[in-house]
Design a protein around this ligand. Structure first.
Ligand code: CA
Length: 428
């Protein structure tokens, strides 16, 4: 069945145009080949409604008559055949020459005129650690003689995070306070984190859930993923270093996590599937994490970028500087392997659960997906184009993650911005 998610149909044809003119711009993230789902409202008193991004507009899906509810989890939990039928119906209505143009024109809103929220009510949140280049570089900082622990290449490492502090793009949060142990000290300090960082990640959002006690096989795993967003796992490195042993991340991570607002569906990502490759010298996945389909098409080619806008850049009217680039293919495990491993003990995933990939860093030092890597643990400040320097984030800094898929013979699609801003620590 997973093959259904990698096969192409009319909705992927690269030359199809939409009657929504902005969807035909070459650089839009949302051409008619994308059709991602999100939630919008006009004001905070209004309930969230389901929308589809098309160019610089949002299509109010309920107003088209294609759905009779406002429940994104319900839409996400539908079987793959229903999901494909809905995508096709939206595509039919938005393509150039559609008889529905006259009626649907009234269901369009400007994205700038509405608030875009979380794509659904977030259920549970798990953050994995699939970026092997990140794990190796960070491991070297903490354990120079033993950077990659022996389980890493055998078992997808993850921890249960906190869903309550996940916010949509535009999230602003106060610099967190916490306990830290200064170098050479034996007693911790308490105060605002001095080593605030971002993490460049993607998130897989569960569609159809599984019953408690019923593992999802690798063959069925992709059917349980509705789509992907970008995810910034903000991290307080000094708090993390003091608290992470023996049970893992806690308050260093759960003060804010930002996601992009549009769920780019597995169907939209079909043209950008890629082989999942392991270096021959590495341990190969155990049988329950392996399949021919996972090897031939289990990976997805998503180009990723991190941008930083400092307050000085904002004042100068600059949108900021690009700090690094990497790719979802830098992950050591596929999304299907994450779903299968997560449920192999009988754990149940539910519609709206978020699975973070972990920091996606490329193999080169300049491809680090966090400042911890780019500044070599804070030892080597990076110099920005305007002469400013950073080891970690300062108050007022805005970090924006971007992602896009490009391939010859396919229309480029993107994820929209995942933007968040650091505010000064709040007075206690
Ligand atoms: Ca993380």
């Amino acid at each position: 069945m997973s093959a259904a998610l990698t096969s192409l149909d009319a909705t992927h044809a690269p030359d199809t145009r939409s009657w929504v003119e902005s969807a035909n711009a070459p650089d839009t993230d949302f051409p008619i080949q994308n059709l991602p789902f999100g939630r919008f409202r006009h004001n905070p008193l209004e309930p969230w409604q389901i929308g589809v991004a098309i160019g610089d507009r949002v299509l109010n899906l309920h107003a088209t008559g294609l759905i009779d509810h406002h429940d994104m989890q319900r839409l996400m939990a539908a079987p793959v055949t229903e999901r494909r039928a809905l995508r096709l119906a939206i595509w039919e209505g938005l393509r150039e020459g559609s008889a529905l143009q006259k009626v649907w024109a009234d269901a369009l809103l400007r994205q700038t005129e509405v608030e875009l929220g979380l794509p659904c009510e977030v259920g549970d949140y798990t953050d994995f650690y699939t970026g092997i280049h990140h794990a190796t570089t960070v491991g070297k900082l903490f354990r120079p003689d033993n950077p990659l622990l022996p389980n890493y290449q055998w078992v997808p490492i993850g921890y249960h995070g906190r869903a309550s502090s996940i916010g949509a793009s535009g999230q602003q949060f106060h610099r967190p306070r916490g306990q830290t142990l200064k170098p050479g000290a034996s007693v911790p300090d308490f105060g605002p984190t001095a080593r605030l960082d971002y993490e460049l990640e993607m998130a897989a959002w569960t569609g159809m859930g599984n019953a408690l006690g019923a593992p999802v096989s690798i063959a069925d795993a992709e059917e349980h993923i509705f789509g992907l967003t970008l995810l910034n796992d903000w991290s307080a490195r000094d708090v993390q270093a003091w608290e992470y042993q023996p049970l893992g991340p806690f308050l260093a991570k759960n003060f804010a996590t930002t996601v992009s607002p549009w769920l780019v569906t597995m169907e939209a990502l079909a043209p950008f599937r890629a082989a999942f490759e392991r270096p021959a010298a590495d341990p190969q996945p155990l049988a329950y994490l392996d399949s021919a389909h996972n090897r031939s098409a289990g990976a997805i080619d998503v180009q990723l970028e991190v941008w930083l806008q400092t307050p000085a850049m904002r004042a100068a009217g600059s949108e900021g500087v690009r700090l690094s680039q990497s790719n979802l293919r830098d992950a050591y495990w596929t999304l299907a392997q994450l779903v299968t491993h997560h449920t192999v003990n009988g754990c149940n995933l539910r519609s709206g659960d978020v699975l973070g990939t972990g920091t996606l860093s490329g193999p080169k030092p300049e491809q680090g997906g966090s400042l911890l890597e780019l500044s070599q643990g804070g030892k080597q400040p990076i110099t920005l184009l305007n002469g400013e320097t950073r080891t970690f984030l300062q108050d007022g800094d805005t970090v924006t993650l971007r992602g896009s898929c490009e391939r010859a013979g396919a229309r480029r699609i993107g994820f929209g911005d995942c933007r968040g801003t650091v505010l000064a620590a709040r007075a206690l």
